[in-house]
Design a protein around this ligand. Sequence first.
Ligand SMILES: Nc1ncnc2c1ncn2[C@@H]1O[C@H](COP(=O)(O)OP(=O)(O)OP(=O)(O)O)[C@@H](O)[C@H]1O
Ligand SMILES: [Zn+2]
Length: 631
Amino acid sequence: MGNARNIAFWVVLLVLIVTLFSVFGGGQTTSSSRQLSYSEFMQRVQDGAVTAVTLDGEKVEVQGKDGARYSVVRPEGENIADKLIASKVEVRAVPQEQSGFMSLLSLWMPFLILIGIWIFFMNRMQGGGRGGAMGFGKSKAKLLTEKNGRVTFDDVAGIDEAKEELEEIVEFLRNPQKFSRLGGKIPKGALLVGPPGTGKTLLARAIAGEAGVPFFTISGSDFVEMFVGVGASRVRDMFEQAKKNAPCIVFIDEIDAVGRARGVGIGGGNDEREQTLNQLLVEMDGFEANEGVIIVAATNRKDVLDPALLRPGRFDRQIHVPNPDIKGREKILAVHARKVPLGPDVDLRTIARGTPGFSGADLMNIVNEAALLAARVGRRFVTMDDFENAKDKVIMGVARRSMVLTPAQKEMTAYHEAGHAIVGMNLPKCDPVYKATIIPRGGALGMVVSLPEMDRLEFHKDEAEQKIAMTMAGKAAEIIKFGDERVSNGPTGDIQQASALARAMVMRWGMSDLVGNIDYAEAHEGYQGNTGGFSVSAETKKLIEAEVKRLIDTGYETARRILLEKNDDFESLAQGLLEYETLTGDQIRKVIAGEALDSEDDNDAGGLSSLTAIPKTRPRNEGGMEPEQLA
Ligand SMILES: Nc1ncnc2c1ncn2[C@@H]1O[C@H](COP(=O)(O)OP(=O)(O)OP(=O)(O)O)[C@@H](O)[C@H]1O
Ligand SMILES: [Zn+2]
């Protein structure tokens, strides 16, 4: 029996009990006081021992002179009101319909409210807020959301290997019989692994679209509930529904929410989640591959998944969906630019070259933003400038022009950002500075963005060290210019970034000789929810801490040395930022060299001001292979 049916059963039972109570018990509810016979009562009325009487339908509530209260059952048809009035007894009559209604209502109100709350929660639980809200009482909820609108492999660009691997699943769904006759090993599940926004959902939809089968989606987090048993029953329901709709694709997004390794993690095991995961494993084993249901799941943390999920017969196909390379980016831009009229100066290859590390979702955002920018000025086509501005908006977030900084804050920010930029430009392994700005964006008062020249597939020790130096340069700059006492909390984010990088170097990448080539990150409590089952000795912890600190201190010293050596450049750039607010890499070089910025440069710098909407699609990954922004 489904869990929902269970709850419905209890609700019905409750309703029954309350009804019985009101029918049979209702008469007694007010008669806890004494009851008199009618003749006794009339005797008292005549004796003048009664002060007031309340007539409530058949019931007669009496208040005696001595303060006593009792009730009387009125004989049918007897008009006692007249008699009472004749005896000068005060009579209060309770209007009948209302009394019935009101008492019924008051009796029911708490239950109605309870049931209401119940239904509300059931809905939230079943629907998971994803539009699949279930009707209360229907045990077979609409758990899976069907996505309509055909997507095909043509809509997915730049991840050709992944598409090729999925071709087989499409083949199978198109013609299951033929496939098994030929003895093909039919996949049950495929796991798409890759960073956010790389088109995993899109790819899964395209499989369905290519094969012409329904596409259902659910998120891993929909299974994770605070109530024990709910998640497991949802898994059962999901498979039941999927089988009914076979052949079909079921897409489980963020499967790591439910599929984390069992028995480990923050605070030990989580019974409910483990129960849900067990159910998922059981169901995956339980259905036959030829039933025509393919489960496609997506994650960006394969490392935290329970190994049992990856065993043969479950998600045994794993398909890597990486961020696109330059060719892939160009193709993705082309896919999204299909619906956008492009100006003659637009060269998608150039945009692709300038967007290393961007995901498919970022690129889609750039095209959309560019189209919006063009529309805003009433142009019929999108120009290269629109793309440039859209890119800035996607990288840097929205300019918060309305935020007013005091001149002192502005100055502090200018020197801080100048520090990042100068140090970055003087360290050979740092990515080229793309832009520096002191216009507040997102949560930051200013920002320096650097972009790698080419796609970066790996990350070296010297690069990491120099990046730490560039990151710490903001603080070094504040101290050099304004003194240790005046340093602000501006470097908070910088310190976080530098620490994360230094920790990764020491604990994961084996870049500290003293700590050695050992992965301690896995043992680090809470790291990706996996404790790895071993603990780190106190000495090693000390050593790790010391090494992390050494890396950051060294970086800071490097930054400080460079800023003191290049103090003139540092000053000129800070002043330049105060004057122009936003400078591109080229403009920064000009400002430092004391050259004037021409009018085109001015426009370019000002172009950022036209940005307003909010893009936030850039979760960064640890490798630091993305455009770097330093606040
Ligand atoms: N390879 C691609 N080709 C074309 N468009 C893409 C591609 N990758 C991403 N996009 C665009 O970005 C949007 C978001 O991508 P999608 O939701 O599929 O990413 P995802 O990998 O599932 O992300 P997440 O892990 O955050 O759920 C898509 O709707 C699509 O428009
Ligand atoms: Zn900073």
